[in-house]
Design a protein around this ligand. Sequence first.
Ligand code: NAP
Length: 248
Amino acid sequence: MSRPVTIVTGGSRGIGAATCVRLAADGHDLVLGYVSNEAAARATAAEVRAAAPEARCVTVQCDTAEEKDVARLFDTARAELGPVTGLVNNAGVTGPLGRLADATTENLRRVVEVNLLGYLLCCRRAAQDMAAGGGGAIVNVSSTAAALGSPGEYVHYAATKAATDALTVGLAKELGPAGIRVNAVAPGVIETDMHAAMGDPDRPAKAAAGIPLGRPGRPSEIASAIAWLLSPDASYATGAVLRVSGGR
Ligand code: NAP
């Protein structure tokens, strides 16, 4: 049997990096997307090869908010690894923590363009390629923020994640007849660089008291849910939004 070929956007760090390592161990060949941190992309690719020496792993610089970059990401995948069978739409940003009243237009625009337009561009191209190839699976990385709303932190980010859930449900219905499954994973608070980037590196530790399991999650705990949704074990799951949040 041929190996699955999976694109992971934002594969250089955090949840995306853990997902690349997990998928390689599960037998996937990978395209690891990153926007600017080439060193992190190389380091994660090295981890992938250490975890699964047989796995092929190609790194591609790609801003998912840019149509031409997304085209290059998918073109490279097909040229280097063959028909794409999987997409993990993971690249996301929040901008600084704060109230909507204080957010800049530049920040709002970037969050919408990366988290929503970027997911749409990648889903559109995956739908085209996977339909031509006879099927596939997409996992969109959402957030529990979609349901919680994240007041005082980033309601604009939460809104893009709610849109991700709607995208997942609708696209699953649209693509089911073509043999393409579309699901989402909604993480709670996970220990990644994202919290420092939004201005509070201690946010996961501070959140622990409000999490029923008493701690933030690890990137590998999200990766395992993504890997399951991409796998044949999830062959009847589509349109699902799976919360992986320690109960929060
Ligand atoms: P992270 O540690 O900050 O890593 C972000 C990744 O996305 C990096 O690989 C980064 O590439 C890439 N990226 C950022 N902007 C991009 C763009 N415009 N185009 C392409 N790639 C881009 O983030 P994370 O915490 O792992 O988050 C991953 C996903 O999980 C996001 O969708 C986030 O919303 C979601 N999530 C996270 C949490 C959490 O608590 N961490 C909770 C719920 C949901 P570079 O390395 O090149 O910068």
